[in-house]
Design a protein around this ligand. Sequence first.
Ligand SMILES: [Mn+2]
Length: 253
Amino acid sequence: MHTLLISDLHLTPERPRVVVAFENFLQQEASGCDALYILGDLFEAWIGDDDPAPLSRRVIEALAALSRRGTQLYFTHGNRDFAVGKRFARETGCHILDDHCVKTLYGRRYLLLHGDTLCSDDKTYQRVRRLTRNPVLLALLRNLPLATRQKIAEGGRARSAAHTGNQPDYILDVNSAAVSAALMRFQVDTMIHGHTHRPGDHRVALPSGDTGRRIVLGDWDTQGWVVKVDATGPTLSSFPIESLDNRATRSAP
Ligand SMILES: [Mn+2]
């Protein structure tokens, strides 16, 4: 009886070892777990559920296989794969969650989120986020030809890398007031998120005088990160990812 949470795999054909590590994870660690939560940025980029790219099809099939074996799958949008939609959900068997979602797991309540909304000091990013989450704009994007969306995604990735490379460290991490505000708003004491690529298990002093907890998943690169939740609570751990080749490059949040 346990549930697993992962995020920020940033799957891309350019890092085949992470793709293989994910497939192994689904077949081994995740096999038989009650539920798997993917808290965003599963993909480095997602230009639409109709993308016939081999990587997309391969990942969809691997998730569908786990779902068919009885594991519940949940997916939260990240800033890279905000365009994941209903067809992806249907083909994989994933339930798509709201950006902020409270779930009760084995008797305790958790706030689950990608984490980008907590980085409120990064005003440029928050502006981009408001645009990309606008339903009208998203519908327009979905109706563009695949090749056009591909070009837009490439431009977006380059701008994101340039932006994160130019920001002071604290801007790209969570804002502590945003963290306690989210815990208070949803009336939970523990949140689990990814996005910042700064894995950790933090105590959070709340204005109420209580102590909260913020668990941060890491991105998958030379290590993979996972939170396991069971009746004893959540545990963050990592495992090595074997190198298949030397083409690996790290990606920005
Ligand atoms: Mn992210």
